[in-house]
Design a protein around this ligand. Structure first.
Ligand SMILES: *[C@@H]1O[C@H](CO)[C@@H](O)[C@H](O)[C@H]1NC(C)=O
Ligand SMILES: *[C@@H]1O[C@H](CO)[C@@H](O)[C@H](O)[C@H]1NC(C)=O
Ligand SMILES: *[C@@H]1O[C@H](CO)[C@@H](O)[C@H](O)[C@H]1NC(C)=O
Ligand SMILES: *[C@@H]1O[C@H](CO)[C@@H](O)[C@H](O)[C@H]1NC(C)=O
Ligand SMILES: *[C@@H]1O[C@H](CO)[C@@H](O)[C@H](O)[C@H]1NC(C)=O
Ligand SMILES: *[C@@H]1O[C@H](CO)[C@@H](O)[C@H](O)[C@H]1NC(C)=O
Length: 245
C-alpha cells in the first residue's frame, strides 16, 4: 500500500481557516416554492455566466437542486474563489449587488453556508477528467463524513487520497473527486464527486477493491456519512481550455 505525503501546510489546515488559501462555499438555500427556486436558479446561472467571462478569481460557481427526491424548494450552490480577496471583489460587483437587492433574493427563506478547506497537500486530494465536459447531467455527490477522533484524521485523509488517486487512473466514469477538510469541525471531511451516472457510482466506483479497502481501513472510525445528491441546473464547476463546464 502506498501513502501520499502530506505537507505540513495541509496538516495545519485541519481545523483552521486559512486566510490565504482558496475559499470554498457550499450553500443550502430554502425557498417558499418551486417558482421562487426557479427564479433563484436563473439569477445564479446568470451570475455564473458573467463570472466565467469576467472574473478569473472565481473557479467554481454552480447551482444545483436535490436529485431524485420530492424536495422541490431547496437549491444548493458550490462556489470557489482563489482567495478571500477574490470573494470580496465578487461580492462587490454590480451584478452581485443587484442580485442581493433583488426581489428574488428577498424571497429566499433561509440560506446556510458551509465552508470547506481546500487541501493543498499533493495533487491526490483532487482530480477531474476532461470527460466531465462531455456529460450533460453529471451525477454530483457531496459527502459529509464525521469521524470519532481527531488523532486518526491524518490516516483517514491518506486513505481517501489514495482512493482519489486510484479513481483518477482507473475509473473512466468518475469525472471528478475532491477531498476537503472542515474549518469548523476537525473530525469532519467533505468530498465532492461527479460521476457519469448513478449506476456508474453505485456499480463501479462504490464496489471497486479500492472502495472496499477504504471502508476496511476507515469505516470503523466513521460515526456518520451523509450523501447529498445533486443535479446541476446552471453555472460551472470547472474552468479550463474548453470554457466553463
Ligand atoms: C498550493 O500548492 C501550489 C503548488 O505547490 C502552490 O503554488 C500554492 O501557493 C499553494 N496554495 C496554497 C493556498 O497553499
Ligand atoms: C443578468 O445579468 C445582466 C448583467 O450581466 C443583467 O443586466 C441582467 O439583468 C441579469 N438578468 C437576470 C435575469 O438576472
Ligand atoms: C435596491 O432596489 C431598489 C428597488 O428596486 C432601488 O430603489 C435601490 O436603489 C436599490 N439599492 C441598491 C443599493 O442598488
Ligand atoms: C466561511 O468563509 C467566509 C468567506 O471566507 C467567511 O466570511 C466566513 O466567516 C466563513 N465561515 C466559517 C464558519 O468559517
Ligand atoms: C453534516 O453531518 C452532520 C452529522 O450528521 C450534521 O450534523 C450536519 O448538519 C451535516 N451538514 C450538512 C450541511 O449536511
Ligand atoms: C471505460 O472503460 C471500460 C472498461 O475498460 C470500457 O469498456 C469503456 O468503453 C470505457 N469508457 C470510456 C468512455 O472511455
Amino acid at each position: 500500500m502506498r501513502f501520499f505525503d502530506l505537507t505540513a501546510a495541509a496538516l495545519i489546515t485541519l481545523g483552521t481557516v486559512s486566510a490565504a488559501g482558496p475559499v470554498f462555499l457550499f450553500t443550502t438555500f430554502s425557498t417558499s416554492s418551486t417558482a421562487v427556486r426557479d427564479e433563484l436558479i436563473a439569477s445564479m446561472d446568470n451570475v455564473s455566466r458573467w463570472s466565467c467571462a469576467n472574473e478569473p478569481g472565481v473557479s467554481k460557481h454552480a447551482i444545483f437542486i436535490p436529485r431524485g427526491g420530492s424536495d422541490a424548494t431547496t437549491a444548493y450552490s458550490i462556489e470557489q474563489y482563489d482567495d478571500e480577496a477574490a470573494l470580496q471583489k465578487h461580492l462587490a460587483t454590480e451584478i452581485m449587488t443587484n442580485l442581493h437587492n433583488s426581489t428574488t433574493w428577498s424571497k429566499i427563506t433561509t440560506s446556510s453556508v458551509q465552508n470547506f478547506t481546500v487541501i493543498n497537500s499533493t495533487s491526490s486530494s483532487f482530480f477531474r477528467s476532461d470527460q466531465f465536459a462531455l456529460v450533460s447531467d453529471p451525477y454530483v455527490v457531496i459527502q459529509n463524513l464525521t469521524y470519532s477522533n481527531t488523532g486518526g484524521m491524518r490516516h483517514v485523509i491518506e486513505h481517501q487520497e489514495e482512493a482519489i488517486e486510484y479513481a483518477s487512473k482507473s475509473e473512466n466514469g468518475t469525472l471528478a473527486l475532491g477531498l476537503y477538510t472542515d474549518p469548523t469541525n476537525n473530525k469532519r471531511l467533505w468530498t465532492l464527486g461527479a460521476y457519469e451516472s448513478e449506476m456508474y457510482k453505485r456499480d463501479v466506483h462504490d464496489k471497486s477493491g479500492m472502495a472496499e479497502e477504504l471502508e476496511e481501513h476507515t469505516g470503523g472510525m466513521r460515526t456518520s456519512r451523509r450523501e447529498i445528491l445533486l443535479a446541476k441546473k446552471g453555472g460551472f464547476l470547472f474552468k479550463g481550455a474548453g470554457g466553463c463546464v
